[in-house]
Ligand binder design. Structure first.
Ligand code: NCD
Ligand code: ZN
Length: 342
């Protein structure tokens, strides 16, 4: 049974609409805190966890692992409170303005050093959206710039801080994570494995392929495929499935985010199969994330078969429509069972 180490579930009726897709495929998920308002206190995080559990049928055997939203006002004592909560597994940093819901007011992450010191001390991992927030920085250069200006000094300063480099998108990022492992690991999304930036512009602009970090070059994508299928434990599955209603994608200023929870593990299987390394999917999806976070492996299992199916054009999304990745097209792998095990 796999885990999704990076997931957006939203809230209320939207949460109810998307959660079943994750429940069918995953044993646990690391749930992102970029709600509106963001989950900046332990109280808010735990209330949100209860709302997720409220949408989880009894017997589903699903565990939401929660995260705190770091912002300019976060203090070390917030971290020490988190560290006492077994259901909170990390704190997420969104530098100001880098993506959907990044209202953290953190434009210079190194100013949060006392907070990061508290995290290192309490062994609470830092989950990081690794993009330079300077609006003048080219969107395709943001990851590289962030490595240079923030991650390199931060890693040198706090060797005991565990860091998850979320949704790595570049060769440079992959190499940086390798060099920092095992104190650092990275999640890799399925959409960054499936296409590069050319797909966004092929024959016109494709808002449903727009996400952040923006997909990079084909050479970068090849580096991600090589990392994900390498069998190295510092790379593991995190979908970054990020639902937005159709009206917020098909408009003059499209929201960033791709919805992939409906076929996540099936699409990863497609990528691993194409490289001839299908046997490495299990450790990428079910082992390495758990080992990094220090969880026992899931007891259950899922079964996929090679039996193509067509993705719906859209899913219901609380009175609106949600256009999923690969809408209207075929996925070669199909989920057949999820057994919770004992
Ligand atoms: C995410 C969202 O919509 O919440 N969007 C995205 O493009 N990935 C936020 C994030 O993880 O960057
Ligand atoms: Zn995300």
């Amino acid at each position: 049974m796999p885990d999704d180490a990076h997931l957006h579930l939203r809230d209320e009726a939207y949460l109810g609409a998307v959660l079943p897709h994750t429940l069918e495929r995953f044993g646990r998920a690391v749930v992102m805190p970029n709600l509106d308002p963001p989950l900046t206190t332990v109280r808010r995080v735990l209330d949100y966890r209860n709302r997720i559990l409220g949408h989880t049928p009894a017997g589903a055997s699903f565990v939401p692992w929660m995260t705190l939203y770091l912002h300019a006002g976060t203090e070390p004592r917030d971290i020490f409170l988190c560290a006492q909560e077994p259901s909170i597994v990390g704190a997420k940093l969104y530098p100001q303005g880098v993506t959907t819901g990044a209202q953290s007011k953190v434009s210079d992450p190194l100013r949060l050093l006392p907070v990061f010191e508290a995290m290192a001390q309490s062994r609470l991992p830092l989950l990081i959206h690794a993009e330079d927030p300077n609006p003048l920085t080219d969107p395709f250069e943001r990851e590289a710039r962030f490595i240079e200006t923030v991650l390199t000094p931060l890693c040198a300063r706090l060797p005991d801080l565990k860091i998850v480099f979320e949704h790595v998108t570049t060769r440079l990022g992959v190499e940086f994570v390798r060099a920092q492992a095992p104190r650092m690991a990275a999640t890799i999304t399925v959409h960054h494995l499936l296409f590069d930036r050319r797909a966004l512009f092929a024959g016109g602009l494709h808002p449903h392929l727009y996400c952040l970090p923006i997909p990079k070059s084909e050479a970068d994508r090849q580096a991600l495929i090589e990392a994900a299928t390498s069998g190295e434990s510092c790379f593991f599955l995190g979908t970054d499935s990020a639902p937005h209603a159709r009206a917020h994608k098909e408009c003059a200023c499209s929201a960033a985010g791709i919805y992939s929870a409906h076929a996540a593990i099936e699409l990863y299987a497609e990528v691993f199969e194409a490289t001839g390394r299908l046997e490495r999917l299990e450790s990428f999806a079910s082992r390495f994330g758990a080992e990094f976070y220090g969880w026992p492996l899931n007891k259950g299992s899922i079964t996929l078969e090679r039996n193509p199916w067509r993705v719906p054009e859209h899913y219901a999304f609380a009175g609106e429509e949600l256009v999923p990745l690969r809408a209207g097209s075929m996925v070669p792998w199909r989920l057949v069972t999820r057994e919770i095990g004992t």
